[in-house]
Design a protein around this ligand. Structure first.
Ligand SMILES: O=C(O)/C=C/C(=O)CC(=O)CC(=O)O
Ligand SMILES: [Ca+2]
Ligand SMILES: [Mg+2]
Length: 398
């Protein structure tokens, strides 16, 4: 139990303790940990020797801390827990707590490489039916490997950053036309943040997932469906997705999600040896997608066909190195029901079946629309962890 008033049942109690980077009044970026609606200034705490991380907490991003590895991640987390639960530390720690509404959040880590997977069977099936009618919805490789593509690390932005409607080529009956995307969409996903790197030429086993991966962020892979549909064959997503990818400001450590691991769906046909993970576990994260404040969908992450450990093993099976700050996303999270899909492409079935949002009939995103993705996860002793939300508002094309 923390001595911080109001924190315990907020989803941001001591069971959670996500890390982020904040600024006060345009000052230097500082690493902090969230407790309730407060930020514990970890740069201040390390400077005061209240927590020891070899200076890694006095950096402008989380990268140096991410590189330390699991024993240090766990030690720092234990120390922060002690500081926030033992009343003996209250006098020293209280001056380092800053109200959330007095800070501006920054991108928490410098993104090295960014990969996006395609691991929800329901999503892949839906998109296959919408984009490629008359063909088998799942490609023949889908159940043999977690399909993915390399995205654009430099356009990953922190939650709250406005998203400018992209321009590009889109198809029409008279041939391609250039202009603002008319089918701007979202993809509700979960991102995995790599801390410990791996050398070039050596693959990472699925069993080493928790050695390399520090934690998770909610992620929105904004997608211009018209640009995507015209450009993607045969090399995959390119400009239809590279204009912006939003991530939550607070990274939830895997250590906070120990109670959220659940058996993942059984895989048939059996997977290649390097993709076998035992135990085969997914995460029981329950997402909610809000469109202009209205909940429109509740995607269940536990149903993802490929697990994050399998994705990591696949990502490196060719000897590709991992770098601190690598980010890989799950792929759009969609469940079997229409009110469980992670994109508006699916929610409105390619725009053919509009939905009513705040009294208006809608298909894709209009300028001024805001989309927010939240999630909860089971914590210890019946507690609930609230993953930090990822939100963004669409601005008109420039
Ligand atoms: O089926 C397709 O052609 C493309 C699907 C996607 O939009 C790719 C993607 O971002 C993967 C995902 O989020 O699941
Ligand atoms: Ca995606
Ligand atoms: Mg994107």
């Amino acid at each position: 139990m923390t001595w911080v008033t109001g924190a315990q049942d907020s989803g941001f109690g001591v069971q959670h303790l996500p890390y982020g980077v904040f600024r006060i009044d345009g000052g230097e970026p500082r690493i902090g940990v969230r407790i309730g609606n407060l930020v514990l200034d970890l740069a201040g705490a390390e400077a005061a020797d209240l927590v020891l991380a070899g200076g890694a907490l006095c950096q402008p991003t989380l990268n140096a801390f991410l590189a330390l590895g699991r024993p240090q991640w766990t030690a720092v987390r234990q120390r922060i827990t002690e500081l926030l639960t033992d009343p003996a530390h209250r006098t020293a720690v209280e001056p380092l707590l800053v109200p959330l509404d007095e800070v501006r959040m920054e991108l928490p880590f410098e993104v090295a490489d960014y990969v996006d997977f395609y691991s929800s069977e329901q999503h892949a099936t839906n998109v296959g039916e919408i984009f490629r009618p008359g063909q088998p919805p799942l490609p023949p490789n889908w159940k043999h490997l977690p399909i993915g593509y390399h995205g654009r690390a430099g356009t990953v932005v922190v939650s709250g950053t406005p998203v400018i409607r992209p321009q590009g080529q889109r198809p029409s009956r008279e041939g391609p036309v250039f202009g603002p995307s008319a089918r701007l969409d979202v993809e509700a996903e979960v991102g995995f943040v790599v801390g410990v790197p791996s050398p070039l030429g050596r693959r990472v086993a699925a069993a080493d997932f928790a050695h390399h991966v520090f934690g998770v962020v909610l992620l929105n892979d904004w997608s211009a469906r018209d640009i995507q549909a015209w450009e993607y064959q045969p090399l995959g997503p390119f400009l239809g997705k590279s204009f912006a990818t939003s991530v939550a400001a607070w990274v939830t450590p895997l250590d906070a999600l120990r109670h959220a691991f659940v058996p993942a769906p059984e895989q048939d046909p059996p997977v290649a040896d390097y993709l076998r993970d035992e135990p085969h576990l997914g995460l029981d994260l329950r997402l909610t997608v809000y469109w202009n404040g209205e909940p429109v969908s509740e995607p269940p992450f536990a149903g993802m066909y490929w697990t994050p450990a399998q994705q990591l093993a696949h990502l490196t099976v060719n000897g590709a190195a991992l770098r601190t700050g690598d980010l890989y996303a799950s792929g759009t999270v969609s469940g079997p029901r229409r009110d469980q899909v992670g994109s508006f492409l699916e929610l409105t079935w390619g725009g053919a079946e509009p939905v009513t949002v705040a009294g208006a009939e809608r298909t894709f995103l209009a300028d001024g629309d805001t989309v927010t993705i939240t999630a909860t996860a089971p914590g210890p002793d019946g507690s609930v962890i609230a993953l930090s939300a990822v939100t963004g508002t669409v601005l008109p094309a420039r």
